[in-house]
Design a protein around this ligand. Structure first.
Ligand SMILES: Nc1ncnc2c1ncn2[C@@H]1O[C@H](COP(=O)(O)OP(=O)(O)O)[C@@H](O)[C@H]1O
Ligand SMILES: [Mg+2]
Length: 318
């Protein structure tokens, strides 16, 4: 049975926190950035509402969940979409079997009541109207107002909030008064080779060293040119292992054509150039090809001159 709480004579049914096996592997500095943002250093201090940014599949959701768990807190996740309405974020009325109205608290409000962490996942998809209903939560007031239930709900002192955003796929323009409340920005960048290998190994403990290493090299090459992330690597190896086992072949060694198929089906043919072996060839071809720069107008020529020619001139003359 869901837990019930009564606030200003209104009975609310709380949502459950998420329970998943998601740990953060590698760069602990990012965990510490989140922990610092959430810290409260004085009775007059307030926690910040960090905004985690990065490409899809780079580990934003994992970071937020794992950081909350490392602080020993329950983590409530709310998936934001372009259809999310203010009442979805706060309290929704439903008709119970005896025709009575029952109020269901969202994961955000449940985290506020219980003092957990709420992760607003993919917040960039949500409209201004929905964000506006959270403005009071993200400043000194620390409360939300549900028009539907007619109650004001104050956040527990232990409540913490964070937002993940894909920097490049916003559905709506989020207004400045909201953006300024979603700080600091925590940017996740591609992991280095050692960390990427660790992440692959953590997510695929049944994969051999040989295929993990090969995949890490593939991803490291790709990171220099493309947006493919460790999630793509994990999916490629998962599919590769399944495809090999289905035909009762050894899944621990690299069989190039099966792996290439997995890459084409999960990414695209153009990604094959990052495979160890192909990549060196690709770099050689790239350096051999002559590049032309076509200028649009004189301004662009001057701009280019200032940026590159003059700069190089200065650099070489100290
Ligand atoms: N540092 C990390 N530690 C553990 N797993 C990670 C890490 N970074 C990425 N992953 C894995 O990569 C996948 C994508 O991560 P996710 O958090 O869903 O990305 P995002 O939210 O940025 O789209 C998940 O399977 C996750 O387990
Ligand atoms: Mg995510």
């Amino acid at each position: 049975m869901p837990e019930k709480v009564t606030i200003s004579d209104i009975e609310l049914l709380l949502s459950e926190p998420a329970h998943v096996d998601m740990q953060w592997v590698g760069n602990d500095d990012l965990i510490n950035q989140l922990k610092a943002a959430w810290m409260v250093v004085d009775k007059d201090d307030l926690p910040l509402n960090p905004r985690i940014l990065g490409k899809p599949g780079i580990g934003k959701t994992t970071l937020a969940y794992a950081a909350g768990k490392r602080l020993g807190k329950d983590v409530y996740m709310f998936q934001c979409t372009m259809d999310t309405r203010p009442e979805d974020l706060l309290i929704s009325p439903v008709i119970a079997s005896d025709n009575k109205i029952v109020y269901i608290a969202s994961s955000l409000v449940s985290a506020m009541v219980k003092g957990g962490v709420c992760l607003l996942d993919e917040g960039n998809r949500m409209s201004e109207k929905s964000w506006a209903s959270l403005a009071s939560l993200m400043d000194k007031r620390r409360y939300v107002e549900s028009i539907i239930a007619g109650v004001r709900i104050y956040a527990h002192p232990e409540f913490r909030l964070c937002i993940t955003m894909n920097a490049d796929s916003s559905t709506y323009e989020i207004p400045e008064y909201i953006m300024s409340r979603l700080n600091p920005r925590i940017l996740i960048e591609f992991p280095n080779k050692i960390d990427e290998l660790k992440i692959l190994k953590y997510n695929l403990p049944f994969a051999s060293e040989e295929i993990l290493e090969y995949c890490a090299n593939f991803l490291q090459n790709a990171h220099k040119h493309d947006d493919y992330t460790v999630r793509d690597g994990i999916n490629i190896l998962r599919y590769y292992i399944k495809s090999r086992l289905l035909i009762k072949e050894n899944q621990d060694i690299i069989e190039k054509s099966t792996l290439e198929n997995a890459i084409i089906q999960i990414l695209e043919e153009a990604a094959l150039k990052y495979l160890p072996g192909n990549y060196e060839e690709f770099l050689k071809k790239q350096s051999e090809s002559i590049s032309f720069k076509v200028f649009r107008d004189l301004d662009e020529v001057n701009d280019y001159y200032d940026k590159f020619v003059k700069k190089n001139d200065k650099d070489s003359h100290g």
